[in-house]
Design a protein around this ligand. Structure first.
Ligand code: NAP
Length: 339
């Protein structure tokens, strides 16, 4: 029997996930959608799905067994808490929430419920290239990782973006993948803001972030959100005895009178299409059993603390510490004894 799910938020990624859930994956049925823009929800609703104007009504509907949250970050906390109170497994797009206080409330609610219900949308962990890169690092043939260079470049972002969002909405991906890839934890964050990209108008863009890890390794992250030419995600790990890099996506090499070139994805939908499919495949299996696997509230917590520290570092110009509480007793993804 199919898992009956409801999708909250039918914007860009909500529509893409509805396509994935209705046209790509099996064992799942989208039976409800909701958006604060009711017309947008109606337009995105698959045939036969109920359309709700309030997320709480969708979460409470008997027909809905599990929930996918694709609304904007500040709305996530309330929606997550309602899913946990209803005991319904929930996939929540990143950022899990937008403040430390909020993430603690969500984590506490899940712990009190007594079982994992939440998976966070850190899809890079499901990407075949990142998985192969991690296998090389974990294999140990290159020695210990010392430096990780991560670049996160978006062609553009919506007009509604504020200067904090490259740190609260974008950096969270790099923070999570750094912890996962290196099997490490972040202890401090520095931020440098170089000359601004004129295309970003008033945005603090680009931002250059340093993550100090428990092992002593350092991660540098370039966040650029207006680079015009496409969606360009890079990663290179320098180890004691070698370097391992994320390959560029395989794409046809075109030769013509302009030269030899390879296409760059337009955005995240194209670059991570298989990763999103895989993360949802795994989520559907776990949600069908009434639980969650993959990136957890703990991982969302770690990323939120990095974003919070990055915002403080912008103001102070200094290295801002990241101090995590003790890991609660729920089966999550342990990444380091330091946690
Ligand atoms: P978007 O196009 O602005 O869509 C968000 C949608 O949610 C909009 O339709 C918005 O309506 C609606 N919404 C806002 N508050 C709501 C609420 N309280 N209840 C129901 N609907 C609500 O944004 P998006 O690009 O799809 O991003 C959505 C989320 O996914 C964000 O958290 C974003 O960071 C995340 N995301 C993740 C990835 C990834 O790679 N994993 C990629 C892209 C986005 P209005 O437009 O009327 O406000």
């Amino acid at each position: 029997m199919s898992l009956r799910i409801g999708v909250i938020g039918t914007g860009m990624i909500g529509q893409d996930h509805i396509r994935r859930l209705t046209q790509v994956l099996s064992g799942v049925e989208v039976v409800a959608v909701s958006d604060i823009d009711l017309d947008r929800a109606k337009a995105a609703a698959p045939e036969g799905a109920d359309v709700f104007d309030r997320p709480e009504a969708l979460i409470g509907a008997d027909r809905v067994q599990a929930v996918v949250i694709c609304s904007w970050g500040p709305a996530h906390e309330e929606q997550l808490l309602a899913c946990i109170a209803a005991g319904k497994p929930v996939f929540c797009e990143k950022p899990l929430v937008t403040s430390e206080a909020a993430v603690l409330r969500v984590m506490d609610a899940e712990v009190e419920f007594g079982r994992r219900l939440v998976q966070v949308g850190f899809m890079r962990r499901f990407d075949a290239d990142y998985r192969r890169l991690k296998a090389v690092i974990d294999g140990g043939t290159l020695g210990a990782p010392l430096l990780y260079h991560s670049a996160h470049r978006n062609a553009s972002v919506p007009e509604t973006w504020t200067s904090d969002m490259p740190l609260t909405d974008t950096l969270v991906h790099d923070a999570d993948i750094s912890r996962w890839l290196l099997g490490d934890a972040v202890t401090g964050v520095e931020v440098r803001v170089p000359r601004r990209n004129r295309r970003g108008k008033d945005l603090r863009d680009p931002a250059f972030v340093l993550l100090h890890m428990v092992s002593g390794a350092i991660v540098d992250v370039e966040i650029s959100v207006n680079i015009a030419y496409g969606y360009d995600i890079r990663g290179e790990v320098s180890c004691e005895e070698g370097v391992a890099s994320l390959p560029n996506r395989p794409a046809p090499v075109v030769s013509d009178r302009h030269g030899i070139r390879q296409a760059i994805p337009d955005d995240w939908r194209e670059r991570f299409i298989e990763a999103y499919d895989r993360e949802f495949h795994e989520w559907i299996v776990a949600a069908g059993e009434g639980t969650a696997t993959g990136p957890s509230t703990w991982d969302g917590y770690a990323a939120t603390l990095v974003a919070d520290a990055a915002l403080r570092a912008v103001d102070s110009g200094r290295l801002e510490p990241v101090t995590m509480r003790k890991k609660p007793p729920l089966n999550g993804t342990a990444v380091s004894a330091a946690e």
